[in-house]
Every structure is written in C-alpha cells, then in structure tokens.
Design a protein. Structure first.
Length: 64
C-alpha cells in the first residue's frame, strides 16, 4: 500500500522526547503524534508548525 505524505499546519501544545501533542484549531481536539512517524518544522507563522505525515495517520488521528 502506497502512503500519501501530506503537510498540516498545527499548534503544538506539549512535547515529549517521543511525541508532540498538536491540534488544528481546537485545543480540546489535540492528539498525540509520534515523532517516529512525522516530521515537524516551524511554519513561519508564530505558534504554528507544519507537520509532514502519512495521510492514513492524519485520518486516523482525526486531523483531516
């Protein structure tokens, strides 16, 4: 199965050495994303970061 890689802009509310807690606008909907399956970098907008991840993971976590 080929995985599509997508970018999503998120706000990160917590970090550990293995994951980030992020949401796309509603803090109550924040989900943990494992750093082993994502790439994350500043978006250029204060407080917002861009997460690059497999589409299936974004769907599974309810981000899209």
């Amino acid at each position: 199965m080929k995985s599509n890689i997508i970018d999503i802009d998120v706000e990160v509310t917590a970090r550990t050495s293995r994951a980030v807690l992020a949401h796309t606008g509603n803090k109550e909907d924040a989900v943990w994303l494992p750093l082993s399956q994502i790439e994350i970098e500043p978006s250029g907008v204060s407080g917002i970061e861009t997460v690059t991840l497999p589409e299936w993971l974004a769907i599974d976590k309810g981000l899209i």
